[in-house]
Design a protein around this ligand. Structure first.
Ligand SMILES: [Zn+2]
Length: 507
């Protein structure tokens, strides 16, 4: 079915107030095939004879490209609002020490809850760095894909895995025993102190991911994608990344890997490798445009920023999580000034804690003002918005096809009510979208040429039933119970290690 949006205002950086007024948008299949003044493109002028046409009245609506969250973890949806005043390392021990082992249904529900919140707030695409607190099974991966398939959102899933924990090595050297904690039982379900791991579990996991990618990558009219998600620079060997990149390239997929989110991680990597994470990846030929690097907070030196710019890997900014966990502020201005493409993400719902990209955009546009008093270095509204659209498209390997509204682009469109209290009186559209909007003005959402939200209602899923089941299942999860003595001790041990490292790097 073709869709015609008539008499709609369209976000356009070249127009007065960044808004091209009274336009029509024609969508055929999953693409925008025409955008023109409504007087030139209307029902009478169209000769789409062979397919039915659905007409949306665009009066008092603003069309924007769908927002793209380039980093989240859907399994954290059960733990919304459950933590505060914790930096990443002890937070991780709490998270994996209390989450229990999810079923496939849990993964389905968590991904569905992410998709519901995102679609209703104008997010049309998400990159889910999917974790599981135990050994991977194919059914967990399929469950997340099925939720995204059913929801209608554009989704890319990158399962998390690792093969060597350099944090443990650093803790050992400083006299802290973290091996009994989550740091000793890692993603993929293995013991990091077992040397046979990479010949066994990693190979098995990669073989499973290979088959899963064959079944799901670029399916459902290209709406669903599969990437590989090596967990983080401090949790993988060079060999693991080489194998991962090889497999990703075989499928035309990407690599998604946490990168120096905290100073502790930077410390552990430098201790193990004698150089920064970016220097290591650069030297090993592991930086390229299909590599996305969530956080990238502690990439600071001009040399590392130049390496990143030269090779084209994409940092993903997660300002809400970086503030909540006190991790630091990415060098976003320095990156943009070097021509580095920066994407934006919400991060998991236990560290941000919602999945609202309007929050992420506003934070990205504001928090960097604190770093330099000179306003010429501050992030503009348009730069922040484009990180959430064009930057996200590049992160999904859809650069040139997604992230703006023009002819030939994939039809991921959000229609906002310009008569809402948030957007009236619609001054410059970038300023309004970034500094005023919360997602509450979202009226209709189109993903890949399909209407998935109409008049603020999600058409694809039974939201009420899913929320009821989500409540029910959350009740039996261990994180709702008092923390047991072993997990308490693991968290305390990690706090002690964290303090020792932070004291040494900040003194
Ligand atoms: Zn993350």
């Amino acid at each position: 079915m073709a869709i015609l949006i008539e008499h709609v205002d369209v976000l356009d950086p070249t127009a007065p107030c960044s808004t091209a007024r009274d336009r029509s948008i024609l969508i055929e299949g999953n693409r925008i095939t025409q955008i023109a003044p409504a007087a030139d493109l209307n029902l009478q002028s169209l000769t789409i004879n062979r397919q039915p046409l659905y007409v949306i009245n665009g009066h008092n609506l603003l069309a924007i490209p769908g927002l793209i969250s380039a980093h989240t973890h859907s399994p954290e949806n059960y733990m919304r609002g459950a933590t505060e005043r914790m930096p990443l390392e002890p937070w991780l021990v709490w998270l994996y020490g209390t989450c229990g082992e999810y079923t496939a249904r849990d993964h389905y529900l968590c991904a569905a809850m992410s998709a519901i919140e995102m679609l209703l707030s104008g997010v049309t695409a998400s990159l889910d760095h999917l974790w599981h607190g135990g050994a991977w099974k194919r059914e967990y991966l399929d469950a997340a894909m099925e939720a995204y398939r059913d929801s209608g959102i554009r989704a890319t899933v990158a399962p998390m895995y690792d093969d060597h924990d350099y944090v443990l090595d650093a803790a050992d050297a400083l006299g802290y025993d973290l091996r009994g904690s989550v740091y000793g039982l890692s993603h993929g379900g293995y013991r990091p102190d077992r040397d046979d791991y990479r010949r066994g579990v990693l190979r098995d996991n990669l073989a499973m991911f290979d088959a899963w990618m064959r079944d799901w990558h670029r399916t459902h009219d290209g709406r669903l994608q599969t990437f590989l998600g090596p967990a983080a620079g401090q949790l993988v060997t060079t060999e693991c990344l080489q194998w991962s990149l090889e497999l990703a390239r075989k499928h035309g997929a990407g690599i998604h890997m946490h990168c120096v989110e905290t100073r502790v991680q930077d410390y552990c990597i430098r201790r193990a490798r004698g150089k920064s994470v970016i220097h290591w990846l650069y030297d090993e030929g592991l930086l390229s445009p299909e590599v996305t690097l969530p956080h990238s907070v502690w990439i600071r030196s001009p040399e590392d920023l130049d390496r990143l710019a030269e090779r084209g890997a994409i940092p993903v900014h997660n300002p809400a999580a970086n503030l909540k966990l006190g991790s630091g502020l990415m060098a976003m201005r320095e990156m943009l000034d070097r021509g580095i493409t920066v994407a934006l993400g919400v991060d998991g719902a236990c560290s941000s804690d919602n999945q609202n990209m309007f929050d992420a955009i506003k934070l990205a546009a504001l928090i960097h003002n604190l770093k330099n008093y000179d306003p010429r270095t501050w992030i503009t509204a348009r730069e922040a918005f484009e990180a959430a659209t064009l930057g996200g498209a590049a992160a999904l390997l859809l650069g040139g096809q997604l992230g703006q509204l023009s002819r030939g682009q994939l039809a991921d469109i959000v229609l906002l009510d310009t008569r809402s209290a948030l957007l009236a009186p619609m001054n410059d559209a970038y300023g309004m979208l970034v500094h005023c909007e919360t997602g509450a003005s979202v009226r209709h959402v189109i993903v890949n040429g399909q209407i998935v939200v109409r008049d603020r209602r999600l058409l694809t899923m039974d939201v009420e039933a899913l929320v009821a089941e989500f409540f029910e299942r959350a009740d039996r999860l261990p994180f709702r119970q008092p923390i047991d003595a072993k997990t308490r001790k693991d968290i305390d041990d990690c706090w002690a290690f964290w303090r020792a490292v932070m004291d040494s790097v900040t003194s």
